[in-house]
Design a protein around this ligand. Sequence first.
Ligand SMILES: NC(=O)c1ccc[n+]([C@@H]2O[C@H](COP(=O)([O-])OP(=O)(O)OC[C@H]3O[C@@H](n4cnc5c(N)ncnc54)[C@H](OP(=O)(O)O)[C@@H]3O)[C@@H](O)[C@H]2O)c1
Length: 293
Amino acid sequence: MPASVAGPIRHTLIIGCGDTGVRVAARLVASAELVTGLVRSQASAARVRSIGARAIRRDLDQLGTEKLPDCDRLLYFAPPGRAGHADYRMGDVLARLPRVPTQLVYISTSGVYGDCQGDWVDETRPVDPQSERGQRRADAERQIADYAPHAVILRAPGIYGPNRLPVSRVLDREPILDDAEGGWSNRIHIDDLATIAYRAGTERWPHSIYNACDGLPTRLSTYYDALAELLGVEPVPRISWAEAESRFSAMRLSFLRESRRLSNRRLVDTGFESIFCDFREGLAASLKAESAD
Ligand SMILES: NC(=O)c1ccc[n+]([C@@H]2O[C@H](COP(=O)([O-])OP(=O)(O)OC[C@H]3O[C@@H](n4cnc5c(N)ncnc54)[C@H](OP(=O)(O)O)[C@@H]3O)[C@@H](O)[C@H]2O)c1
């Protein structure tokens, strides 16, 4: 088993304490740790406070010159801004920390690998982001690794979970790209991602980069068809790439241009046991949680 972190962790700062952040924060608070979650909106701040953590509200695009609170553990879960090739938010945050924290975790995306034409991809593969969104993430990874070589970077694929499913798309019978012209994709259930991030932040892991995925890449239709079956409706129609180009947003198309099968071998070697190694169980649990809300 990986060793625990040496030295006292008195304060954890979570930059971007959203869906993953509150799950991790709740576990830390349950162990009587002091946790501060930085968010932008009032509603997110209220959610952070409701689980017993402190909340501070800042806009990462307008941080000003004020220092951020000192922390022993930094969990950086906020996305880059929406334009450009660099993550300016990350640079601003790191410059405003009073000192380098003992423990750092950054949630990046598997988009840094770019299109891999369906290859199996492990963490030794060089990054090659073709989209601007992937380039911003690669820039964020570089920044945090330069700032703190002991930081752990988690490369997450599509995150799913309660209130994060394409239910309305499936019920409205919105088409998806035909598998014949589409690629492979990967997922991670939000609860599994939170467990991975919690463990990466509270243990010493031997590597600095991990694919944070469920290890079961599929074609897009496998995922959508499983959801349709659980909802008791017919599979959604398929369309060609040419039709997708005329119907889908540029962002959606940029995801569809990339095909990879992520390996989670390195993650499994840390002793990680996914609750939802099969996304069908994760989908069913997510729908159940939604209906209980
Ligand atoms: N969606 C996916 O499938 C996917 C896949 C791979 C990786 N990721 C990345 O994984 C990370 C964790 O995901 P998640 O689902 O937990 O994210 P999330 O629920 O969207 O939370 C993001 C947090 O960042 C905060 N934030 C965003 N912009 C901000 C700004 N300008 N100033 C201050 N705070 C800001 C949000 O605060 P407010 O709520 O107050 O706005 C929120 O607390 C994110 O970086 C996400 O982009 C996502």
